[in-house]
Design a protein around this ligand. Structure first.
Ligand code: ATP
Ligand code: MG
Length: 394
């Protein structure tokens, strides 16, 4: 039996009351966008489901892409038939005949209450037909396979499998945040997880040429292209020329505080850009205790310079858990390209693990960083990264 349709179900959207319709429209739009290359697909939006008519496109390819679309709870490859009991029984029998001999259970849901048979009656008629024409047996507790039937306004749908989706919310419904991206393993994963919650992302990268190379910048662009591609959302990237400010920090006289102060500067610039770009929060790939600048003491002192929320999706994850996600979303191989980042070049031998706010503020008084911050912001280079377009300078 060839499946002709994919039926898509929403998860947490069901709790969203009157926003639900907007969420579904956003999801519908995102699904169409990521599947644009499959020209023969047809899409239908119902009030609590989305249907895709395959029209001969490869179902496995389509499903592979849909699995990453945020806001989909699960989906099934289904056969659609007319709402008459004989057709339903025939299609269900076909489905059962394709399974290896084993135990089954028929499960019907009937949201179209005008259909003249109750779910129980349909279950019984279908099960009898299968028992009479196959070697399968019924097991209602632990069946080898299900024959599922949904009687809906749009038709009758028969299927066996349920494929897990990405969950979360449709991209765009959660507003916009500005993510700090380094080119390492963590920050792309943090961005991916934010997008899964429906948040659109702009990104900011601090580059310190000539210490950091064009390759390091390209790495960030390539990472964002991958994420933009799987999530279907364009990402605007702001590249900050950070060299002068960074040199000034290292001339300031206390190397152990260099990273603390450098990160306070990054946060200040990021917040300035975020506000200008109407982003509601900042995002980073920090994980508690991973390095000296990510202890709770460090976070307290660094975070002190901003008032926007800093979301840290990886805060509680171990490195191996983060690596696992980065491999799954195909950012890992790019992240491990060996080009140095601006944090690595000036890495002090003994960075402070428990900085104090008092000391950080005292050191910052030693140089005129305001002008340098301003210069960084004025010279930002902005790129628009959309998986379906070439990079465009804005
Ligand atoms: P990894 O830890 O795998 O090297 P990372 O991206 O976590 O990668 P860290 O040095 O741990 O890098 O930095 C912590 C966070 O600070 C990053 O996740 C990122 O959000 C931000 N960050 C660090 N360096 C930069 C940079 N050059 N530009 C923008 N953000 C940065
Ligand atoms: Mg890290």
């Amino acid at each position: 039996m060839k499946y002709e349709h994919i039926l898509i179900r929403f998860g947490e959207l069901n709790t969203k009351g009157k926003n639900k319709k907007d969420f579904i429209i956003a999801l519908f739009h995102n699904i169409k966008k990521v599947l644009k290359k499959f020209e023969k697909l047809e899409f239908l939006r119902a009030h609590d489901r989305i249907y895709i008519h395959l029209n001969g496109e490869d179902e496995n390819e389509v499903i592979k892409i849909l699995k990453e679309v945020s806001g989909i709870a699960n989906m099934s490859l289904v056969t659609k038939t007319s709402k008459d009991i004989t057709s339903i029984i025939n299609v269900a029998l076909d489905l059962a005949l394709q399974q290896e001999v084993g135990t089954f259970k028929v499960k019907t849901t009937r949201s179209d209450k005008s259909f003249p048979y109750h779910s129980d009656e349909i279950n019984r008629s279908v099960a009898n037909e299968i028992l009479n024409n196959t070697k399968h047996h019924v097991d209602v507790h632990n069946p080898d396979f299900y024959v599922k039937i949904e009687i809906r306004n749009e038709g009758a749908f028969i299927f066996s499998n349920v494929i897990k989706g990405a969950g979360g919310y449709p991209l765009g419904v959660g507003g916009k945040a500005l993510a700090l991206i380094s080119g390492g393993i963590d920050s792309p994963v943090a961005i991916y997880l934010m997008m899964k919650r429906g948040v659109n992302i702009e990104a900011i990268h601090f580059a310190s040429p000539p210490y950091t190379s064009q390759n390091a910048k390209q790495k960030v662009i390539d990472l964002l292209r991958i994420i933009s591609n799987i999530k279907g959302g364009a990402i605007t990237l702001h590249i900050v020329p950070f060299t002068k400010l960074q040199e000034a920090i290292y001339d300031m006289g206390d190397e152990s505080y260099a990273i603390t102060i450098m990160r306070r500067m990054m946060y200040r610039i990021a917040e300035g850009v975020a506000i200008k770009r109407k982003c509601l929060a900042l995002v980073s790939g920090e994980s508690i205790g991973q390095v000296a600048s990510q202890t709770l003491n460090s976070m307290l002192v660094i975070n002190n310079v901003i008032s926007l929320p800093m979301i840290r999706p990886l805060a509680t994850m171990d490195k191996n858990e983060i690596i696992e996600i980065s491999k799954r979303i195909n950012t890992y191989d790019i992240s491990i390209r060996p080009y140095i980042d601006c944090c690595t070049i000036f890495n002090p031998v003994n960075p402070i693990i428990k900085p104090t706010l008092y000391r950080a503020e005292e050191l910052e008084k030693r140089f005129n960083y305001e002008d340098l911050l301003q210069e960084c912001i004025e010279n930002i280079e902005t790129l628009y990264i959309d998986s379906s377009l070439d990079n465009q300078f804005l």
